[in-house]
Structure formats: C-alpha cells, structure tokens
Write a protein that binds this ligand. Sequence first.
Ligand code: NAD
Length: 418
Amino acid sequence: MEGITDSALYKNTVRTMETAGRFIKLSPSCIERLRTPRRALIVSVPVRMDDDSIKVFPGYRVQHNQTLGPFKGGIRYHESVTLSEVAALASLMTYKNSLLGLPLGGAKGGVQVDPSTISIKENEALTRKFTSEISPFIGPDRDIPAPDVGTSSQTMAWMLDQYSTESGFSQTGVVTGKPVEIGGSAGRDAATGLGVVYTIEKALAARDKKIANTTIAIQGFGKVGLHAAIEAHALGAKIVAVSDVSNALYQPEGLNVPELVQYYNQNRKLTGYHGGKIISNDELLALDVDVLAPCALDGTINSHNVDAIKANIIVEGANGPVTANANEILTAKNIMIVPDILANGGGVVVSYFEWVQDISWLFWDEQNVRERLRTIMYRSFDKVHEFSTQNSVDMRTAAMAVALHRLEGAMRLRGQIW
Ligand code: NAD
C-alpha cells in the first residue's frame, strides 16, 4: 500500500512481527494479513484561523485489525505525523490489545499540526472538523479514539461533543480519555504512567531487585512521563533525571518530584526549575541508572547513541523509542527492554475500563481501577517474561509472540486465515 510502508517505525514494527511470527511458526496467511492495515483514511482538515486566513491540515485514521473487537487507538497532533507513522502505531495497538487480553482491535489517528502554534479556538475548530471527517468510520461499537501526543482530555471532550451533535444524541462511548465529568474513568490520567511503573516493578523483580531506592531516568514529561515519575517516586524510587522537549534535569540524589510537578503544572515546561542540573536529552539517555524510561517519541535510542546507554533495564513508555538495530545491540549486552506494547499498555487498559463503564453507565472508584490495572499489567508481564525465559528470546519478540498467538487463534476461528 503506497505511502503506508515508508517510515522506519513501520518497517521496524513489521520486522518485529515477522521475527516473532517465524519463531512461533505463525501461519504465512496470518503474517501476510497483518503486514498491512485493513483501512486507511486520509482527510483534509480546513481551519479558519484567528486572522481569518484558512489553513488545511492533513489528517489520518488508520484501522489495522478488528478481529478481537472494535478498533481502538489514540489521536496524535504533531508536525511530523505521517500516514506511515500512524499506520505503524495502529498495528502496535492491534498487538498491544491482543497481548493485554482486551476485546479490542488496533487503530491510530493523527493530524499533521504543531499544537503549540495554534490557539485554543483554532485547536477546537480543527478537532471538530477532523472528527466530522472521520465520523463515518468511528463510533462506540466501531472505532474508539483516545488522547496521544499533543492531544488531551479536552480534545476528547470536543470529539465527543461533535460526534454526539452529528448523531443527535449523547454518545459518551465514542472516545476514551475524556474528563470524568462527561463519562471519563477515574484514574485514566495516571494510567499509562502507572502501568509503566507496574512493569518497572516486575522487571526489577525479575532481576532480584526492588523499586525502593532504585535510580530511574525518564525522558519526556507529558502524560506518560510525568505520571510515571509521580508513581515511581511514591514507591520510593529515586527519579534522578527527567526531560521535556526543551532540556533535561539531573539530580543524582533524586529530584523532589512533588515540587517539580507543581512547578511543571504552573509553567508547562521544565525550563526555569532550579532543583536539578540542566543536561541535554542525549546526556539523560546515557546516565548510569538502574532503569531508563523513554516516554517521549519514537526512535530516540538508535544506532547513533546506543553505545552510550548504561541502564540495566529500559522500559518503553513511548511507542517505538528503541529502534530494531539498537534493540539487538542492547539485548546482546543483557539489557532488559520491556517493549512498548507491554510497558505502555496501562493507558489502553484503563481506556477499556472507561468504555465498559460508559456502556454500562456504572462507574468505579479510582482504587478499583488501579487494582484491576495492576492485575492485568502484572499478568501480562509474567506471560511475556515466561515466554522470554523459556524460549531464550528477548522481551520484544516474546511480547509479540504472545500477542500473535492469541490473534492467530481468533483469526483462524473467524475464517480469516488458514
Ligand atoms: P505528551 O505530548 O503528553 O508528552 C510528550 C513529552 O515528550 C513532552 O514532555 C514533550 O516535551 C516531550 N518531548 C517531545 N519531543 C521530545 C524530544 N525530542 N526529546 C525529549 N522530550 C521530548 O505525550 P504522551 O501522551 O506522554 O505520549 C508520549 C509517548 O507515549 C508517545 O510515544 C505516545 O504514543 C506514547 N503513549 C502514550 C499513551 C497515553 O496514554 N498518553 C499511551 C500509550 C503510549
């Protein structure tokens, strides 16, 4: 499919799927079907800007596979969004949902826009137009978007409102990650970061360590990185470095996370906070820490900087932060990499809880959400780790193998493959 297979992330994802597929002797027809998405939608999103000019932004929704249930996946607003990147992320959602045992398929969407350069009014107009354009393909039983890089619970609230207006009645189940006041789930904001921390606990335990007093560096201080820092700090870990797009902060004794979070919430950037030494994002990645959690963008650990990595465990909070080449080199050095489809699965698990709560109109308290999330994250980690040790393969191949095994069974039962 032209335009779909171009990006490095797409090629990496297919390569991981094929490697794991060969390992578990996946049916060739299954591999062939999973190589390309089921459907890819390209839309133009015209926006009347505040100065009365018009700008047209390219938008995408890619639906990869819906064998296990409705399509599910986030919406990204970023200037580098491409059809191929969205397609790769859609396929990762298919594998993630399968691995986590959820009754959901995989999709992803995005608009090629730098959200920091548009006003709130322009952002709302863009979101409403994008929603309208993709509305024939989404819905509570079809495809359920959620926030991702550059989008938020406010974005989901506008999507919900636009979709409901066009349907003629309130459809809270059409998106997840929305504010609690309009059908969101308790605990959704922290879910991905909390899930990252549950997998950090498990990865450390697999190496006979506990999270208290371990040193952790986190790249990215957005929806994932910030909550990973809060939750790991609450369990006694030392968060020695964090970063955002502007720069990184380093404090070998451990940053004062509550103070830092308060500063960040007031200023929306790390620059200007004086509780740590300023270092570059590259220096953060090279710190000698127990755990490195890249929680920003894909491809940040690659063949150029892989030799500098000193962490014993890498937990992929972001999607695709370690390239396939870097993965091979790090695995050969016995560095454990907890792959994205496992490590950042907490977000979609609680999105699934939110969808279930919306459908049943019965809402759970935060403690209940956190306990159910922990059960799924621990169980998924154990399955992957067991496969990895029993078959002497790295955690990425193991996670993909577990995901593909379930998916293949379902596809075969439905007569999609043979
Ligand atoms: P976000 O937009 O809330 O935050 C991204 C963070 O990364 C920001 O702090 C930003 O400053 C930082 N950043 C951007 N470019 C950077 C760079 N070049 N170097 C260092 N930092 C940089 O996004 P998010 O929702 O936290 O998502 C982060 C990653 O996690 C993405 O890969 C996303 O697909 C993945 N993810 C998110 C969720 C979720 O629930 N939000 C779930 C699963 C996976």
